[in-house]
Structure formats: structure tokens, C-alpha cells
Design a protein around this ligand. Structure first.
Ligand code: DAH
Length: 350
């Protein structure tokens, strides 16, 4: 048979075979048997050389066209089979339950903070914010706690070197206290000052936030911890407003049987000042009737002076407490360091 007549039947049988190849393996075998180095089509190509000169161009053209067509059909079939191989072999059951991904949770301190904030919002407080890197003025001086005040020692903290911060004049020649005036805030009370500097009274804020102290970590201390500050300024504010508010919030977050007690205390930015004790089934579980949980008092007139509020017109109260302490009492946790170790066995319990 002349070579030219062999081309078309061979092409047709190749097309039929590759179309019938059930999978990628069979398809590859088909390819090799036609287009491989010993394939039927390849041998046709090899025979071109032995044709008489005048038949060569037509035969060559026809063989090449057939080869191109075969290769294209091969590629299409390969794509088809690849797609089929990537599909699931069994029919999908759309009634099966979905795969559940484990959901993260809020940290217990975040949960407690949110509860406290929610409770204060019910009675008209808004959340305020301030910098954790503070200056001494907002952290101490403006709160009526001057440089030589003993209360400053108990709140010693991390001072941040800042060569650009000018040393206060009375310190520049001193070798005793060369610290720059930028520090990590020791309490959220600094935010009282920042808010009052910016805003006219009345003020009704709470300030949850991180604070720092130069404390060695033990079961009840951590060099960083969290506080909530509260500040209320208006005309004719009294201690009974303070007591009523504290009682409302603690009953709300710690249970209705909670009792509150004020003990006289000293803070330089409040006068009179108190410590707040609370008692509930939770404190009894810890073997105590009363547990101290917060400091508070009526805002000192000097603090009002410092922010430009007239102390003859404005009155107010403030408080501050540690969130870890509340969380420890609430959940019966005996070591504050657990909050900061990120151990999932601990965190999953809340
Ligand atoms: N700043 C105090 C502390 O860190 C807590 C505190 C006490 C805040 C009395 C107040 C307050 O606003 O009036 O221990």
C-alpha cells in the first residue's frame, strides 16, 4: 500500500484507541505504541526517507498534519483523564456532618474584663484609654504624688531610657536619681489625668489596661498585670454614690449574694480614701470571710486643680482594682503566673 494511504487509517485507529484508554496509564501506553521511538507512527515517518523524490512533499505534509492532530487529541484526552482522576471515586454524601474546626476562646482575663466593662456600661460609663509608656507627670505628679513621696517607692517600675527627655531641673546635678522621666505606667490612674486634661466635666469613664511594676513574679505578683480604673466627676458626688456603684458592679459580676465593705486607707490622689473588701461564697471557698480587692476614694481637690477643674464646683470619686485578682477569686485560681504562661491545659478550662 502506498505510504500516503496508510496515514489516515493509522491516525483513525490511534484516535479510537486513545479515546478508549480508560486511565492515564493506558493513555501513555497508547501514546508509546504510536508516537514512541518504536511506535507505528514513528516508523511511518522513518519510511518517508525511502520514498521517491516526487512523492516526498505530499507524504511528508500528510504525516506531519496527522502527527499534530494526534498530539492535540492526546493532550485533550490527558486533561479529561486527569480531571476524572482528581474527582472523588465515591459519590459525595451531602448529608454528612461538616468537619468541625476547633474554635479558639477568649483568655480568662479578657472574659473578666468584658464582664466588668459590660456591667459599667449598664450605668452609663464609657471606656477610655491611655498610653502604657507614660511620663512621671501623668503617672505620679499630677496625681498629687511628688518625687519625694513614699508612695512612689511601692510603685517602682521600669524606667525607659530616653536621652531626649530633659531631666527635671532639680535633678540635673543630682547623682541620686538620674532616671529619665519616661516609664511603663504603674497603674491606670494616669488615664484619669489624661482624660480630664482633654475633656470638661462631667466625666464617667472606666479604663481597663495593662500596668507594670518592678515586682518579682510569685503566686500573687507578676511584673505586668491588668487593672480597671474608674472615674466619676460631676456636681454633688458623694461617697454613697461610690459605694452604691461598687456594690452594683460587684454583685453583677460576682453574684447577688456579694457583700462590700469600705475600710479607711490612704491614697495621695483621693481624700478620703478607702480599701474595698468583698465577701461572698467565693471568698468562703478560699477560707476567708473578706478579701481586699480595690482602692478608691473621693478625688483630691489638688488633682482637680492640676487638670484645671474648679474643686469648688466639681466633686468625684475614683477607684482602681486588679483584674487578675478578680479572676483568681472568681475561678478559684491560686497562682497569677498561670494567666501569662499560655498553657492550653489551663486556658481550655474557661
Ligand atoms: N492606683 C491604685 C493602685 O494601683 C489603685 C487606686 C486606688 C486607684 C485609689 C484609684 C483610687 O483611682 O482612687 O494600687
Amino acid at each position: 500500500m502506498p505510504l500516503l494511504d496508510e496515514i489516515e487509517p493509522l491516525k483513525q485507529s490511534a484516535l479510537a484507541e486513545l479515546q478508549a484508554s480508560p486511565d492515564l496509564g493506558a493513555l501513555e501506553q497508547t501514546r508509546v505504541s504510536y508516537l514512541g521511538s518504536h511506535g507505528k507512527f514513528t516508523s511511518l515517518l522513518k519510511q518517508l526517507g525511502s520514498l521517491p523524490k516526487e512523492e516526498k512533499p505530499a507524504a511528508g505534509k500528510a504525516v506531519n498534519a496527522a502527527k499534530v492532530a494526534l498530539e492535540a487529541a492526546l493532550a485533550r484526552r490527558r486533561e479529561e483523564l486527569e480531571l476524572r482522576a482528581s474527582l472523588p471515586s465515591e459519590p459525595t454524601d451531602f448529608t454528612l456532618p461538616g468537619r468541625r474546626r476547633p474554635l479558639g476562646k477568649l483568655h480568662p482575663l479578657t472574659q473578666v474584663t468584658e464582664d466588668i466593662v459590660r456591667s459599667f456600661r449598664k450605668i452609663g460609663f464609657v471606656v477610655a484609654d491611655g498610653p502604657e509608656v507614660e511620663d512621671e507627670y501623668h503617672c505620679f505628679d499630677a496625681l498629687n504624688t511628688p518625687a519625694d513621696h513614699p508612695a512612689r517607692d511601692t510603685q517602682d517600675t521600669f524606667y525607659i531610657s530616653s536621652p531626649s527627655a530633659p531631666a527635671p531641673a532639680d535633678r540635673s546635678s543630682s547623682t541620686i536619681d538620674p532616671r529619665p522621666s519616661t516609664l511603663l505606667r504603674t497603674h491606670t490612674s494616669s488615664v484619669q489625668i489624661r482624660v480630664m486634661e482633654k475633656q470638661k466635666p462631667p466625666v464617667r469613664i472606666i479604663v481597663p489596661g495593662r500596668v507594670y511594676r518592678r515586682d518579682n513574679a510569685d503566686a500573687t505578683h507578676n511584673p505586668t498585670f491588668q487593672q480597671v480604673e474608674g472615674l466619676y466627676v460631676d456636681r454633688n458626688v458623694t461617697v454613697s454614690d461610690l459605694k452604691g456603684t461598687v456594690e452594683f458592679v460587684f454583685k453583677d459580676i460576682m453574684g447577688p449574694e456579694t457583700r462590700i465593705r469600705f475600710r479607711p486607707h490612704y491614697f495621695s490622689y483621693t481624700e478620703p480614701s478607702f480599701e474595698i473588701d468583698f465577701s461572698s461564697a467565693l471568698t468562703k471557698r478560699m477560707g476567708k470571710e473578706w478579701l481586699e480587692i480595690a482602692g478608691c476614694g473621693m478625688v483630691h481637690p489638688q488633682v482637680f486643680e492640676n487638670v484645671g477643674y474648679d474643686p469648688e464646683v466639681w466633686t468625684g470619686w475614683a477607684f482602681g482594682f486588679g483584674i487578675e485578682r478578680i479572676a483568681m477569686i472568681r475561678y478559684g485560681i491560686n497562682d497569677i503566673r498561670l494567666f501569662y504562661q499560655n498553657d492550653l491545659r489551663f486556658l481550655r478550662q474557661f
